[in-house]
Ligand binder design. Structure first.
Ligand SMILES: O=C[C@H](O)COP(=O)(O)O
Length: 247
């Protein structure tokens, strides 16, 4: 089986202006980074800047939307459908981000429905999972992330186009949950999916800590928030070489 390619996602969240897009894309386009064989880079601007960013961005980097509607579009004011993203040739979408789960009450089932629908439309999905601080303090981390992953697994059989992003701020540097998640996939979905699915990490990743994090065995990349808006994002992309040099 082919080794899992390092994945670096930049989630711009609800930040920026058209001028910021130009500035970010400029430093990304000018950067010397490892080849597409070593790292897959996907940046996720807010919806309104997707086309602008896509039009300006170097061809070896892709774009992701930060969300999409759970099913076919229609009378759902304010939503963006998976079909619209496909129509704009946006290849990726982030679903189930912890901020949407916490602030907009997106449930495990709702996120799982979104993942299944987006995949069925041909999108690739960065599916986010992770526990709250309270759940972590209650010792229920694996229970929570297993339930989130189980909900997805019940509605998704083909994991080829899924990247699983685990993002709890408290867990920087532990790597334990990634190992647990891969074991969960192995036992509950199958060894091939466990071996091939990229499990990435999000939570205060920056230019200073990325190399140490990238060295962890079950960690296949990052979903970066704040630092993806800054030139240090290039250093995070370059941390892919930690993986290729240890392969
Ligand atoms: O989507 C990214 C994660 O929420 C991490 O964000 P952060 O790098 O700003 O901590």
């Amino acid at each position: 089986m082919a080794p899992r390619k390092f994945f670096v996602g930049g989630n711009w969240k609800c930040n920026g202006t058209g001028d910021d897009v130009k500035k970010i894309v400029t430093f990304l386009n000018e950067a010397e980074v490892p080849s597409e064989d070593a790292v897959e880079v996907v940046v996720s601007p807010p919806f309104v800047f997707l086309q602008q960013a896509k039009g300006l961005l170097r061809p070896d980097f892709a774009v992701a939307a930060q969300n999409c509607w759970v099913r076919k579009g229609g009378a759902f004011t304010g939503e963006i459908s998976a079909e619209m993203l496909v129509n704009l040739q946006v290849p990726w979408v982030i679903l189930g981000h912890s901020e949407r789960r916490a602030l907009l009450n997106e449930s495990n089932d709702f996120v799982a429905d979104k993942v299944a629908y987006a995949l069925a439309q041909g999108l690739k999905v960065i599916a986010c999972i992770g526990e709250t601080l309270e759940q972590r303090e209650a010792g229920t981390t694996m229970e929570v992330v297993s339930a989130q992953t189980k909900a997805i697994a019940e509605k998704t059989s083909d994991w080829t186009n899924v990247v699983l992003a685990y993002e709890p701020v408290w867990a920087i540097g532990t790597g334990k949950v990634h190992d647990g998640l891969r074991k969960w996939l192995h036992a509950n979905v199958g060894p091939a999916v466990a071996e091939s699915t990229r499990i990435i990490y999000g939570g205060s990743v920056n230019g200073a800590n990325c190399k140490e994090l990238a060295a962890q065995p079950d960690l296949d990349g990052f979903l970066v928030g704040g630092a993806s808006l800054k030139p240090e994002f290039v250093d995070i992309i370059k941390s892919a070489t930690v993986k290729s040099s240890s392969a």
